[in-house]
Design a protein around this ligand. Structure first.
Ligand SMILES: [Zn+2]
Ligand SMILES: [Zn+2]
Length: 308
């Protein structure tokens, strides 16, 4: 029998590596404790928890940042595309990432948001549905505040904003549409980036940030790699003028862009331009004509990110 050392034995049952048929697996959070089985890990968690979380926290606090490329509606908004690459502290919370994204994309923070980890095995239901049935299903979902057990699960995890008033009824109504009985929900202010990005259960799953459940501004998040450690967010690169808040989704945004491109705008197009320059929540009085559609202020973004 092999000598039992702390390094090479199960943290729970104390069996050594040679006593068990499977190789011992490391705790995915702290990467320190070893376990021979999931049962052992579960049994040990109440006593291991304290050590584990502080160890993981300690490591994340000095770990390299994540370099994330975040793109607004890829494949849909592409003329020009709107994306930013951010350097993000591993120990930052998802609530802080939300604030950084609001700054980087020039949003006005007037709506709620969530982050979702998509289920790679999700297949949309394939059945014909007439309009009346669809309306019935939507109404039932709104009343229930979440989707039914019968609907296929789309997401492995949903990271939600701290509940607060002030957001429109539309946001609250659609929030229910995004809940599912088999999709756990965690609070964005209590969850750190490394806890999701290092979790083996979510490897290979797409990560998305959705802002404004009415206009559905979906941002795809890709982990590019690791970069120098810092305690604040910074914006490394990007493309595209910030999108107009409440533009009416990507089709509304494209109409606004078109209103600036056309040589002789009609009445509706002139009104759109006037709205964007004077009344939109993230208005730009310089409009989007010519090269403006490509412009964004990286320096300003980085000065604001330093405050997050
Ligand atoms: Zn064990
Ligand atoms: Zn651990």
């Amino acid at each position: 029998m092999a000598t039992r050392t702390d390094e090479l034995s199960c943290n729970s049952c104390k069996k050594s590596r040679s006593d068990v048929s499977q190789p011992l697996k490391r705790c995915a959070k702290c990467l320190k404790a070893l376990y021979c089985s999931q049962e052992c890990q579960r049994t040990d968690w109440p006593s291991h928890k304290r050590f584990c979380l502080s160890k993981a926290e300690e490591e994340a606090a000095s770990a390299e940042n994540y370099e994330l490329k975040v793109q607004l509606k890829p494949g849909d908004i592409d003329n020009p595309a709107i994306w930013r690459t951010l350097s993000c502290p591993a120990a930052a919370t998802f609530e802080q990432l939300h604030r950084a994204l609001q700054i980087a994309f020039g949003w006005a923070t007037t709506h709620t948001y969530d982050f979702i980890v998509k289920d790679p095995d999700y297949k949309p239901e394939e059945h014909e549905e007439d309009e009346a049935t669809m309306i019935q299903r939507f109404t039932a979902t709104f009343q229930r505040g979440r989707q039914s057990h019968n609907a296929p699960r789309e997401n492995l995890l949903r990271i939600i904003a701290k509940p607060q008033g002030g957001f429109g009824a539309v946001d609250n109504m659609y929030s229910g549409m995004r809940s599912h009985p088999q999709t756990p929900e965690k609070r964005s202010d209590k969850l750190k980036l490394y806890e999701i990005l290092e979790d083996a259960r979510y490897r290979g799953s797409d990560l998305e940030y959705e802002y404004d459940f009415g206009d559905c501004w979906t941002h795809a998040i890709t982990v590019i790699g690791r970069t120098d450690h810092s305690t604040t967010f910074s914006c490394i690169a990007g493309e595209g003028h910030p999108c107009a808040e409440d533009a009416g989704g990507s089709s509304g945004w494209k109409e606004l862009v078109e209103a600036y491109r056309t040589a002789s705008p009609n009445e509706a197009q002139r009104e759109k331009k006037e709205w964007f320059e004077t009344r939109c929540s993230n208005q730009d009085r310089r409009g989007l004509a010519g090269e403006r559609i490509k412009q964004w202020d990286k320096g300003l973004v980085n000065r604001m990110l330093a405050q997050v």
